[in-house]
Design a protein around this ligand. Structure first.
Ligand code: ATP
Ligand code: MG
Length: 306
């Protein structure tokens, strides 16, 4: 037994669950021996209020973020289910301590890749395009700008890095080398199908879904299943349709706002220094919370009551 360290998760686990693993934002738990879920292949996935940017977990949480992300994911999982797409959620009957911010999911064997669909060019896709004219090996037409719409959505996978490491964009070819051609093709098809479904739902709500990242896994029966969070402001870029104007960074309902502050002179942080980013000022915290809430409210058409 190792002595407890400051890295350890909170001592108190949600009733009936024991800790399994920590991600940057989420804690995973498995059923405690003798609990009602004991013996079932499930995990309790709890979203904290932590926010990460540029591969760092920031020292300042965004109040209610875990609830907003969980509730928005659940709303999307319902939309996906209605379209016949299988997802990992089993129940939202979670312990009171984590009410609203947790879901009980089938425990999956995760696919070691992040599945990204892009309908618009920005972020790491834009950076790659400016260097090579292509994104993950996919050649794009000349003259595209920050925020340009692509003729067709593209699948641009990335490697799922170990904690602390960068996820890196990889070509479809490289993906086939890690997961095999058959699975790579299924991931591409599923990712583009979900993007296209979600993009039209967003468009109807006046929101551009510029890009999104999905994670998949296999359940015990071998079914390829959508996992993790889906179509949230942490995993997607959402832009208000009314102000879309390619040629510069778009206003957004997502984490971009925090990234922009971190890389502005105001933060005093040098991304390449290897140092931890500074604490977020209160105005950035509250504006970020408001953006996450606005994404939820615009998309679902309902208000989130805490
Ligand atoms: P990392 O795990 O690399 O730190 P992350 O910081 O994005 O990535 P979080 O979102 O904080 O991670 O934590 C969620 C973790 O749970 C991810 O590693 C994700 O792959 C994993 N996960 C999501 N759904 C399931 C599932 N149904 N079964 C098992 N693992 C899952
Ligand atoms: Mg994640």
């Amino acid at each position: 037994e190792l002595p407890p360290s400051s890295e350890d998760p909170p001592e108190e686990y949600p009733t009936g669950w024991v800790h399994l693993s920590s991600g940057k934002v989420r804690e995973l738990y498995q059923p405690a021996p003798g609990s009602s879920w004991d013996g079932q292949d499930v995990v309790l996935m709890v979203a904290s209020d932590r926010i990460s940017a540029y591969d760092h977990v920031l020292s300042t949480p965004i109040p209610d973020k875990g609830i907003i992300l969980t509730q928005l994911s659940l709303w999307w999982f319902d939309q996906l289910e209605a379209a016949g797409i299988s997802h990992h959620v089993v129940s939202v009957d979670v312990p009171e301590e984590v009410a609203g911010r947790a879901m009980i999911c089938r425990r999956l064997e995760m696919v070691e890749a992040e599945c990204i669909a892009r309908g618009y060019l920005t972020g790491s896709g834009l950076a790659e395009y400016r260097q090579t004219g292509a994104v993950t090996g996919l050649q794009l037409p000349e003259g595209l700008r920050d925020g340009s719409a692509l003729d067709e959505p593209i699948f641009t996978p990335s490697s799922k890095a170990a904690q602390g490491d960068h996820d890196e964009n990889i070509s479809f070819e490289t993906l086939t080398e890690t997961v095999g051609v058959d699975l790579a093709m299924r991931l591409r098809e599923a990712t583009l199908r979900i993007y296209s479904l979600a993009e039209s739902t967003c468009r109807a709500a006046g929101v551009i879904l510029a890009d999104t990242k999905l994670e998949f896994g296999f359940d015990a029966a071998g079914t390829l299943t959508v996992a993790d969070e889906v179509l949230t402001p942490d995993s997607s870029r959402f832009w208000p349709a009314e102000s879309w104007e390619p040629g510069a960074a778009q206003p957004s309902f997502d984490k971009q706002f925090v990234r922009d502050w971190l890389t502005s002179s105001e933060s005093g942080w040098d991304r390449s220094s290897g140092q931890e980013p500074p604490a977020l000022p209160e105005k950035i915290v509250s504006a970020t919370r408001a953006r996450y809430l606005e994404a939820y409210e615009r998309l679902t058409g309902t208000e989130l009551v805490f």
